[in-house]
Write a protein that binds this ligand. Structure first.
Ligand SMILES: [Zn+2]
Length: 280
């Protein structure tokens, strides 16, 4: 056996006992090469037997970004991306990453600061929310407010510590939070059950304005961010288009989200308290 052959074998063996990551990074999917592949098969990028090869997806724009085409009413752990799949408009590319803004075609008017970016602790447990919801709740944190990404990161860490250490939650309770800087900060995010609105956590997403809004209104930027976030959720397929929006106090014994903010959201298009009476 020549040194070259040995080197190749060692390299192959090294990859074969590893993961499918090299193929995924290549933009393909690992499958047995007797199966049909719309592009070309590439060797040595997949774990398992030699016949398990990387199906290149040059002709499949969805696979090229690591996604799978499926109907967007189905659960997607990451984000749906439009324009990557053939078929009807609801056949969209489900990616494994919650890209928080790179899907510019449908959420291009909000800036979502990811958990990693603000320094979130990892959750102790995650329960997936695998259906579109009809409800969206508005909260305030009734605590510190913030006006910059740095300041908001500090507030977020405080809220998360309070929820996890004092309240015993698995993670920060809200799906998203909003600062007075007009940025959206990822809480539990899409596709995850929150701990925000008793009896409705599996039926709704929720955003919380950081601060106390009993007497003051959140900044126009932050209000616009909340509206855009909900629309983004609809566009991504996490919220039904005919959703109803409520304040926390509509379904709980609380002042949340504050008198002034509550008066504001009652003027929003999808605010629908009468609907809440039928769902309790
Ligand atoms: Zn609340």
């Amino acid at each position: 056996m020549s040194l070259v052959t040995l080197t190749v074998l060692v390299a192959f063996f090294h990859i074969s006992v590893g993961s499918d990551t090299p193929c995924l990074n290549h933009g393909g999917t690992c499958q047995d090469d007797s199966t049909s592949c719309s592009g070309n098969y590439v060797s040595n990028l997949c774990s398992g037997s030699a016949s398990r090869r990387c199906c290149e997806s040059s002709s499949d724009p969805c696979a090229a970004i690591g996604g799978i085409c499926k109907d967007d009413h189905l659960y997607c752990a990451g984000s749906y991306v439009t324009g990557k799949c053939s078929g009807g408009t609801t056949n969209r590319c489900c990616t494994s990453h919650n890209n928080g803004g790179s899907d510019q075609s449908i959420c291009d008017n909000i800036q979502v600061i990811s958990r990693d970016a603000w320094g979130a602790r990892g959750p102790t447990h995650v329960t997936t929310l695998n259906h579109r919801v009809h409800l969206f709740f508005i909260h305030h944190t009734d605590g510190h407010t913030c006006h910059s990404e740095t300041e908001c990161a500090g507030v977020l860490k405080g809220v998360q510590n309070y929820h996890m250490n004092s309240r015993g939650y698995n993670d920060i309770g809200y799906s998203f939070l909003i600062g007075q800087d007009g940025r959206v900060y990822e809480g539990r995010g899409w596709g995850v059950v929150g701990a925000h609105t008793l009896h409705y956590n599996s039926l709704a997403y929720a955003v919380s304005f950081m601060g106390n809004f009993m007497d003051t209104l959140p900044s126009p930027n932050s209000l616009n961010a909340a509206k855009a976030l909900v629309q983004c959720g609809v566009n991504k397929g996490y919220i039904e288009a005919n959703y109803s929006l409520f304040g926390h106090r509509d379904v709980g014994n609380t002042d949340c989200p504050g008198d002034t903010l509550y008066a504001e959201i009652r003027t929003w298009d999808r605010y629908n308290y009468t609907h809440s009476a039928t769902i309790q």
